[in-house]
Design a protein. Structure first.
Length: 205
């Protein structure tokens, strides 16, 4: 037991040192950079926006009848409106950077893609008529993962890092959810699916 405790403490110290002195958040930068460029292309060229709408957004009919399963993932990278893009990408940058420091690049990518897919699938189930696009399902997954990580692993986090995880993000999560519930053009099913997936997956990561 003493040996186990010693090894556990050493592992905690190693993790905290890596968290404090982490490399630049390359995966977060890639995810944000891709989506900014796709939004810019769509804004600059109407033909590109039309192509995105027709081929990359979530459409339950196309997924079911034409087997266009890539839409489940591609919808999480497409934005057409400036405010929609900026809100999602600010939260993606913030939570992504912190989770990348805590869990590593590949785990961050896995969290995001899984949350987008889960949000898409629940959206198809809950609202199969309305098309959907945007990173918000993935963002909700990252916010949920940040909350859960801070609640189940508070001993790992240095004092300065605790304001980035756990209870510190719950008010923002409540605000985001209430804003979505009060708007008719928000895909709340996608938000819920992403939140559940990210919160559950981070327990294993």
């Amino acid at each position: 037991l003493e040996m186990f405790t010693s090894l556990s403490d050493e592992a905690t110290r190693t993790w905290q040192a890596r968290f404090k002195q982490s490399d630049p958040p390359w995966m977060t930068a890639v995810l944000v950079g891709i989506q900014i460029r796709l939004w810019w292309f769509a804004w600059w060229t109407p033909e590109v926006a039309r192509f995105f709408t027709e081929h990359l957004t979530l459409d339950a009919t196309r997924v079911y009848e034409d087997a266009e399963v890539w839409r489940i993932f591609s919808m999480g990278f497409i934005h057409l409106a400036f405010f929609h893009a900026m809100m999602n990408l600010v939260w993606l940058a913030y939570t992504g950077w912190n989770l990348e420091r805590a869990l590593g690049r590949l785990n961050l990518l896995l969290l995001y893609v899984t949350s987008v897919a889960a949000g898409s699938l629940l959206s198809i189930y809950g609202d199969p008529i309305s098309p959907s696009l945007g990173a918000s399902g993935g963002v909700y997954g990252l916010v949920g993962a940040s909350v859960v990580f801070g609640l189940v692993r508070p001993n790992l986090l240095p004092e300065a890092g605790r304001r980035l995880f756990g209870w510190a993000l719950v008010p923002y999560l409540v605000l985001m959810a209430s804003s979505g519930m009060n708007s008719d053009d928000i895909d709340n099913w996608s938000h819920l699916g992403g939140l559940i997936a990210g919160s559950a997956l981070v327990l294993f990561l």
